[in-house]
Design a protein around this ligand. Structure first.
Ligand code: SF4
Length: 381
């Protein structure tokens, strides 16, 4: 049973109100006043000119000696590229369109104006976008050109927001694009949709520019992040980054139309056999960041990318045959072969019980704002 959100939702009623309440059906919108905004002006519209100049200068300085993410490549991106494969003056975009695969409060009726970048600073072995994340696979545009596309998404697509997906490696270009779009008439909120493998320097650049942070806190243990994300210090960085994001924009807030306008929405994709890590993440969020964090515990994990592929390093011979990814065992003179696959421990979907156990841990820790299926005719807010 979901925890009742806030005492504010159960005021003492006068007898007259009580009577009318009994006669009329009650709608529960899961919305408490602290999270309801009368209106919202995107933060980038309020930036003073001196801050804008400072941000442009910071963008340039960081790109000259790039330590903008925890990979700390120290490359001059005007001359070469680092781990993320993206230079200084352009970004590589794979898809730019109204997107309907986000949370209801993000996509609304018209969609979220998604900008899917190519390249990434992680190498998740299970990545569902590996074809654009692990390699450069998109069209190159300058920040100014991207700003023009953002305005087009707003004017033609009528999207509710601009949603930068996996932009950890192109933060200076993202900031420059928002500032260019502001000059061209952009007025919808900005979403930064991230793996949370961000640096504090990046988040400083994004401060005052981003309205909503969507961090996906993936795994808790260093052994897991080293093996599955190829980044041993992932969880430490994610903890630091999410705290900084929360410091900037606070809890997720909505306007009366049910669309999120500012704050942090934290995601966690439950992984097979790794529910204990999900529980740790929930306890940390509730204890160290906010019990009012809006949380999406996601269950859509499916094996992808390198997971479940033949383990090419094990080559065995069975009789006259040479086989890739096969382990041969011998017992009582009988030889048998089993196919070995990579990352076999996560080569299956998650179970309902694994997802439920993370949810229970989240509730036990005091979290109560979840992205659940709607039980009314609006958005779940
Ligand atoms: S943003 Fe790219 S170049 Fe810069 S430190 Fe990260 S991976 Fe390296």
């Amino acid at each position: 049973m979901a925890r009742m959100p806030y005492p504010l939702r159960s005021p003492v009623r006068s007898p007259a109100r009580l009577t009318s309440h009994l006669l009329e059906p009650t709608r529960h919108l899961h919305l408490a006043p602290p999270f309801l905004l009368d209106n919202h002006t995107p933060r980038y519209l309020s930036l003073p000119p001196t801050t804008i100049t400072h941000k442009y200068s910071l963008c340039h300085t960081h790109l000259l000696n790039c330590n903008l993410c925890p990979r700390l490549c120290s490359t001059n991106r005007y001359q070469t590229t680092g781990y993320c494969l993206i230079p200084a003056t352009t970004v590589s975009i794979n898809t730019l369109a109204p997107h309907f695969g986000e949370e209801p409060c993000i996509q609304g009726h018209n969609g979220s104006g998604a900008v899917f970048f190519s390249g990434c600073n992680l190498r998740c072995v299970f990545c569902q976008n590996w074809d654009i994340a692990h390699r450069k696979n998109g069209f190159d545009v300058t920040p100014e050109e991207l700003g023009g596309w953002m305005v087009k998404l707003q004017e033609v697509g009528k999207v509710h927001n601009i949603n930068f997906v996996t932009g950890e490696h192109v933060v200076p270009q993202v900031v420059q694009a928002v500032l260019a779009a502001r000059e061209k008439g952009l007025k919808v909120p900005i979403i930064y949709n991230t793996s949370a493998f961000d640096s504090l320097e990046s988040l400083e650049l994004l401060g005052g520019v981003v309205d909503i942070y969507l961090p996906d806190f993936k795994v808790w243990r260093a052994e897991s992040s080293k093996r599955l994300l190829k980044a041993e210090d992932y969880a430490r960085v994610a903890r630091e980054s999410i705290k900084k994001m929360y410091e900037q924009v606070g809890d997720l807030c909505f306007t009366g139309d049910g669309i999120a306008k500012k704050g942090v929405l934290l995601r966690h994709l439950v992984m097979p056999g790794m529910e204990e890590e999900g529980k740790e993440i929930m306890r940390w969020v509730a204890g160290e960041v906010s019990r009012d964090m809006f949380v999406n515990i996601m269950e859509q994990y499916r094996p992808d990318a390198h997971v479940g592929k033949s383990a090419r390093s094990t080559k065995a011979s069975l009789g006259s045959e040479q086989l890739d990814g096969v382990a041969v065992t011998e017992q009582d003179g009988e030889r048998s072969a089993t196919t070995k696959v990579r990352y076999s421990e996560i080569n299956r979907p998650v179970t309902g019980e694994e997802v439920s156990s993370v949810r229970r841990a989240a509730e036990d820790a005091g979290l109560w704002r979840f992205c659940d299926p709607v039980r009314h005719d609006g958005f779940n807010i």
